[in-house]
Design a protein. Structure first.
Length: 737
């Protein structure tokens, strides 16, 4: 072909056009890829900053919700009320270790740190971030704040300790350390660090954090440009190779090729924009097997990872880690929704607060692992009992249920607990105390409804009624209860307890044989308080053992003093159910008797049927130990504990004490059933070789009937009310004249 021929010139022209077109295409692709890469990197840096903020918020929210669980724990509230810094510090350290908080501190209402998990370095000093504390204490929110603490960035949250009014604050913090940065890097593929120089070969962005103390904290986010550029560089090489091969192809083919290159980049850019906006549902669809397809796959994987991590963080923030049930935060949200629906429809809504009875004893006896498995099984049964309902674990052994109709809830929960819980080789019967509060009868909002259901639950537990509905005014009673619990800790130290004595009189000879020791509390505000007003509080707070030991010590000393004066009596002391779990009690009693020089048979311990039946095997072991030491034993309130005769026969007791409920109306004609019960009990006791005592003798007619029935001893106001030691001695001597 001649060089200057039209065909050649046309060929040269076409070749030149094609070369220029291909060159233009390559240049266009190069700059388009570079622009897309820069935009993608910039979007990745923006996403990384958002991810960093999101990770901080989620970790802080988790820390806040876990701290809310701590401040609602009854044992923790009790420790604060009692000023037990050792227990409080231990609880803070356990809480910090469990939720990954490096710093946990208890701050009083004046902003001073009472104790901390830093070895006391903050104790006794004002809380270092006064502005943050004021914001919380003045009710302006509990937003987590970033501060500089010990030269390092920390995230602080402060939670109010309510009982139900604020009595202190718990401040918890975690360091924004390498683990936080690694979480961000894992999700976003960015290199994250605090400050420092910007590395060459990286696209960088400094992300300042908002701080509560005015300190300057910046997070340096960097993207490796070599890694980011690699897919685009590989793409350009492929396009160049293809361009050399298809140099003679038509312009139309070149245009189509350019379009096939530019379209995936646009899809990737659009996908990156959706990720930046937090939209993780729609995938990036690039149907290619080259680097662009791989890049799209990487974008989809990053999108899925971010979505999964966000779902996981959200689930952890709203669900209990042990049972998988909703936690307090999610429960309150759903209860709020139920109340709102009731308001719109003119209906009712409510909730049940449930607490497992004797859960601490189960934990102490069978171990915490068994207790955790039991909580999981309880959650499962409740979920099966109330399908479709909201069942939540609020913390510890407390569960809650959102209700629209509370009429049959007690029966349904009771039915769920009828079958024993079988875990491994252990079968255990479990009971629960329920508190019910409803909208609009008891409260208009979820928070108040929760608090009042909690008050009702404690009424049910205290009265052993199983279930209780909130009664107006019980909030004030709950405050009085908590105040008395706090005062009870100091009652012994302040010498506010006093022993009264009530005589037990021989029915035939009318001689005083026994003196039952009954404790009274001379409270500075409430005056003289009877045992039934504060002994249940002592049992709930775990201080019944201290009171029992005080009573035994004083009773033995008083009995020894009377004996030295020529007044030979047996002194009786009541034991609670919890006292039977004190393995050291028999040794203590022997030591006190020996120290006072009092024969062991001069001490009579009275134990109720219900106390023995709580753990019959262990109770028998303790009672046999006491009996071997010579101490006399009696079953108190006999007839109310539903114990079997076979079980009674195995107990090493000396006396039966008929409950006063059968004796009070003994002289009434309408009380024929009481007469039959008293007569049968006396005959039963005598047939078993036991001394029978009737308490609650209030009139001469009852005394006469007891004589006719052959009862051994009687006790009641007909003979004498409980008297202080001095007046009791005078009363006894007046009968001897």
């Amino acid at each position: 072909m001649p060089a200057r021929s039209f065909q050649a010139r046309l060929l040269y022209l076409l070749v030149a056009v094609l070369v220029l077109l291909e060159a233009g295409t390559l240049v266009s692709v190069h700059f388009a890829g570079r622009h897309a890469m820069e935009r993608t990197v910039d979007e990745e840096l923006s996403i990384g900053a958002n991810v960093f903020d999101h990770v901080l918020r989620m970790r802080a929210r988790t820390l806040y919700e876990q701290s809310r669980v701590l401040v609602k724990d009854f044992a923790f509230l009790e420790a604060i009320g009692q000023g037990d810094l050792r227990t409080i510090t231990s609880a803070l350290e356990n809480h910090g270790g469990r939720v990954g908080a490096e710093v946990v501190a208890l701050v009083d209402l004046d902003g001073n740190v009472q104790t901390d998990t830093l070895g006391g370095r903050m104790s006794g000093k004002p809380f270092p971030f006064a502005a943050l504390f004021r914001a919380v204490s003045e009710g302006r929110g509990t937003i987590p704040s970033t501060v500089t603490f010990n030269g390092r960035p920390y995230q602080f949250v402060i939670v109010s300790v309510d009982a139900p009014l604020p009595i202190a604050y718990v401040a918890a913090a975690f360091e924004i350390d390498k683990s936080v940065l690694d979480d961000v890097s894992e999700v976003s593929r960015l290199k994250a660090s605090f400050g420092g120089p910007e590395a060459s070969g990286y696209a960088s962005r400094r992300h300042p954090l908002r701080t509560a103390d005015g300190s300057k904290i910046e997070v340096l986010l960097q993207r490796d440009l070599v890694e980011a550029r690699k897919p685009f560089a590989d793409l350009e090489l492929q396009i160049f190779a293809l361009s050399a091969i298809v140099l003679i192809t038509a312009v139309f083919a070149a245009v189509l090729f350019a379009q096939t290159v530019s379209r995936p980049l646009q899809v990737l850019a659009a996908g990156a924009g959706r990720i930046e906006r937090g939209e993780y549902v729609e995938p990036i669809v690039v149907k290619r097997e080259d680097e662009l397809g791989h890049l799209a796959t990487a974008f989809n994987q990053m999108q899925s990872a971010i979505a999964a991590r966000e779902d996981q963080i959200m689930f952890q923030a709203t669900h209990d880690a042990l049972t998988g049930l909703p936690n307090r935060t999610l429960f309150l949200d759903r209860l709020t929704q139920a109340i709102a629906a009731a308001k719109r429809g003119g209906g009712t809504a409510g909730m049940v607060m449930m607490d497992v009875d004797r859960f601490k004893e189960i934990n102490d006896t069978l171990g915490h692992q068994f207790g955790d498995q039991l909580l999981i099984e309880i959650g499962r049964r409740l979920t099966q009992t109330f399908p479709g309902g909201t069942i939540a674990r609020l913390g510890g052994d407390e569960f809650a249920i959102v209700l629209t109709d509370a009429k049959d809830v007690a029966e349904r929960v009771t039915a769920a607990f009828l079958e024993p819980f079988v875990l491994g080789d252990v079968s255990i019967d479990v009971n629960a105390s329920l508190g019910i509060a409803t909208y609009p009868a008891h409260a208009d909002d979820a928070g108040t409804l929760l608090r009042r259901a909690d008050v009702a639950m404690y009424d049910a537990k205290r009265n052993q009624s199983g279930v209780a509905v909130y009664e107006p005014g019980r909030d004030e009673h709950s405050l009085r209860r908590l105040s008395l619990m706090m005062d009870l800790r100091q009652a012994i130290a302040r010498d506010e307890l006093e022993l009264y004595f009530q005589p037990k009189v021989d029915v035939r000879s009318e001689e005083v044989l026994h003196a039952e020791a009954l404790v009274r509390w001379n409270h500075a505000v409430h005056g003289v308080m009877r045992p039934d007003e504060f002994i249940p509080l002592a049992e709930q707070s775990g201080r019944i053992g201290l009171i029992t030991k005080w009573v035994i010590r004083k009773a033995i000393a008083q009995c020894a003093a009377w004996r030295a004066e020529g007044l030979d009596l047996t002194v009786a002391v009541n034991l609670s159910a919890l006292d039977l779990f004190d393995s050291e009690l028999p040794t203590l009693i022997s030591g006190l008797l020996s120290e006072a020089g009092l024969p062991a048979e001069k001490l009579l311990l009275e134990i109720t049927e219900s106390a023995i039946m709580k753990d019959a095997a262990y109770a028998q072991k303790v009672l046999r130990d006491l009996k071997r030491r010579g101490v006399c034993l009696a079953i108190d309130d006999f007839g109310t504990g539903y114990s079997s005769l076979a079980h009674l026969k195995r107990l090493p007791v000396d006396e039966l004490k008929i409950d006063k409920s059968f004796v009070l109306h003994l002289g009434d004609r309408a009380a024929n059933d009481d007469f039959v019960i008293v007569r049968s009990t006396i005959e039963l006791g005598h047939n078993m070789g036991l001394v029978v005592i009737a308490e609650g003798v209030e009139n001469a007619e009852a005394w006469r009937i007891l004589k006719e029935l052959g009862c051994d001893m009687g006790q009641g106001y007909f003979m004498s009310p409980p008297l202080p030691a001095g007046k009791f001695r005078e009363w006894v001597r007046s009968r001897l004249r």
